[in-house]
Write a protein that binds this ligand. Structure first.
Ligand code: PMP
Ligand code: GLN
Length: 378
């Protein structure tokens, strides 16, 4: 048949995790923690199931959870989102991203995507008939060239997809970057999709620059978030999106026929867990310790790196080790050395020119130690 997505295969996360399992390798590829999720949160979800939260949640999400999310934005960013009209709970950030794109992008609309880009952006645009306009971010700081962005905006630009802290590079956008974006899109009806799933994982005392902090930008932005990243339970697939009411209304037209609503007991459990205002405290530090441990353990290896500034990923440059392309090297590392990572080229919209691999450090200290012993021998 005539595929709508002829160039899409199985995601690299599935491929590398399967290869890691097959070869009993340490799996630093797919981004997920290998330590237990928070017990109090698990108990609260069980309580929700035992207390009858077993039928459909409201289409836009459990109201306690939407209230808790609205509270978070008020407290952390002094930014108001109306819980009834401007917040929708989704099945992870992935579903939110897909439905945001579907709700707005028509055939031949242009969508600006910064690459390396998280793997679900491009297919979401293309299955809707949209055209990805890529803009390259380059090592080591992966900062956008705003003049290039300006030159790529056109009357066909429907949406700009941004992601800070950035998967895979682990870099973050500054206030100046966000102000440039705000200025460039001022007076247009371009929609900004700001993927902020790593908002609570920012290091070295830096501040996350949420799109909601910029008043004008906020008016045309969707923010997407994921509790999987924040509360160490990627398997629950609960996230949310926030946007001004007018935009959210269009989003919900798609969301309601895509999933209608998402897993109810975990929404209620997360809502109860978020009642504690300290919920988010310490997460930055928790992951910074893991980053620091990982990097101190491999500092004398042949891999080169700039420390990650956010996310739970670290990219390592292997150009001093081999000329192999990153997909081949990542596979060989898994099968011959017993450590799995993600080749960066898959985020680069299929250019295979980087000598860089991404490693996830959301792992126990013991796993990081074992991983470093292997990396130091390569
Ligand atoms: N965006 C980015 C940048 C991500 O890293 C991820 C998860 N790896 C997602 C979106 C998807 O999040 P979820 O698992 O909640 O769907
Ligand atoms: N977001 C995770 C990562 O970047 C993977 C999610 C997935 O497997 N789809 O590794």
């Amino acid at each position: 048949h005539n595929s709508k997505l002829p160039n899409v295969g199985t995601t690299i996360f599935t491929v590398m995790s399967a290869l890691a399992n097959q070869h009993n390798a340490i799996n630093l590829s797919q981004g997920f923690p290998n330590y237990p999720s928070n017990q109090k949160l698990i108990d609260l979800v069980n309580d929700a199931m035992n207390n009858g939260y077993n039928q459909y949640a409201p289409m836009s999400g459990n109201l306690d959870l939407r209230l808790a999310i609205a509270n978070k934005y008020q407290r952390l960013y002094n930014s108001t989102y109306h819980p009834e009209k401007e917040i929708t709970v989704t099945s992870g950030a992935t579903q939110a991203i897909y439905c945001i794109v579907s709700a707005f992008v028509r055939p031949n609309d242009e969508v600006i995507v910064f690459k390396p880009a998280y793997d679900c952006y491009k297919p979401a645009v293309e299955v809707n008939g949209g055209k990805v306009i890529p803009i390259q971010l380059s090592a080591p700081d992966y900062k956008p060239d705003w003049n290039e962005v300006a030159s790529k905006l056109s009357s066909k630009t429907k949406m700009i997809l941004i992601n800070s802290p950035h998967n895979p590079s682990g870099t973050i956008w500054s206030k100046e970057d966000m102000l440039r974006l705000q200025k460039l899109t001022e007076g247009t009806d371009i929609i900004v999709l700001s993927d902020e799933v790593y908002e609570h994982i920012v290091f070295d005392g830096e501040q996350h620059q949420s799109a909601c902090l910029f008043q004008d930008l906020k008016q045309r932005s969707f923010i997407t978030a994921s509790f999987g990243k924040t509360f160490h339970n990627t398997g629950w697939k609960i996230g949310y999106t926030c946007a001004p009411a007018e935009l959210m209304q269009e989003f919900r037209k798609v969301h309601q026929f895509n999933v209608f609503s998402v897993h109810h007991p975990s929404q209620k459990g997360i809502a109860d867990y978020m009642q504690d205002a300290n919920t988010y405290l310490g997460l930055n530090q928790f992951f910074q310790q893991k980053r620091d441990l990982f990097l101190s353990l491999i500092k004398d290896s042949k891999f080169k790196f700039t420390p990650s500034k956010g996310t739970y990923f670290q990219v390592l440059d292997y150009s001093d080790i081999t000329d192999e392309n990153d997909v081949d090297f990542a596979k060989r590392l898994t099968t011959e050395f017993g450590i799995a990572s993600i080749p960066l080229s898959v985020f680069n919209l299929n250019q295979k020119d980087d000598k860089v691999l991404r490693f996830c450090f959301a792992k126990t200290d013991e796993t990081l130690l074992k991983a470093s012993e292997i990396l130091n021998k390569i």
